[in-house]
Design a protein around this ligand. Sequence first.
Ligand SMILES: [Zn+2]
Ligand SMILES: [Zn+2]
Length: 248
Amino acid sequence: MVTGVKEFRCDLHIHTCLSPCADLDMYPSALVERSVAEGLDVIGICDHNASENVRYVIEASRGKPLHVFPGMEISSREEAHVIALFENIDDLLRVQEVVYSALSGSNREEIFGCQAIVNASDEVEGFNDRLLIGSIDLSLQEIVETIHALKGIAIASHIDRESFSVLSQLGFIPPDIRFDALEISRRTGLKEARKRYPDLNGYPFIESSDAHFIRDIGEGSSRIFMKKPSLSEMKMALEGREGRYVKE
Ligand SMILES: [Zn+2]
Ligand SMILES: [Zn+2]
């Protein structure tokens, strides 16, 4: 045991009301309150191709025992989802520029749902008009390289799901795409996933909730052992280096 390493309960894949498919009750202060009540130490905010609510979630978390990683769930040209997590909001905003320049179309609220930007005081600041549910015109490879160039972590989303995952779209995890981890949904869980995917033994697995509703927050989570909640500590944990690790 390395001194100073402790357990953090992490749910690294949570949507806000900015995602068209997420519930309107997923506004920043409400999801922070629920995360704390669920005993989570660390959360990742990952809306589809967008990030306008991230700074408000961080604001809502101030003074609370909760660390928020700025993130995004990016939909690739192959229609596979990738979680991107960053240390700070400036790096996230840089990836946001790349994503928006590769995303076309306008949202149709009556079909796909509302994309609300809500601040830390629960006020609606506006609505995102882009087609966030769509895929961007960049390949998985290009997206993962962009995330890494901007110092982020790239995690293949819910690989056990039958849609919008790298496995569902490609049938395998391309070894030349350097995912930092593979995410397993809470329905499968890590133990079952290790049995089901023996050929993916070389990858770290994490479990998250992919919450779209308040009640789902923390329903899937990972126990990550590190010194503090930072992206560099998380990278070490995913690589199992220097006493940091993800508990399975
Ligand atoms: Zn997804
Ligand atoms: Zn998601």
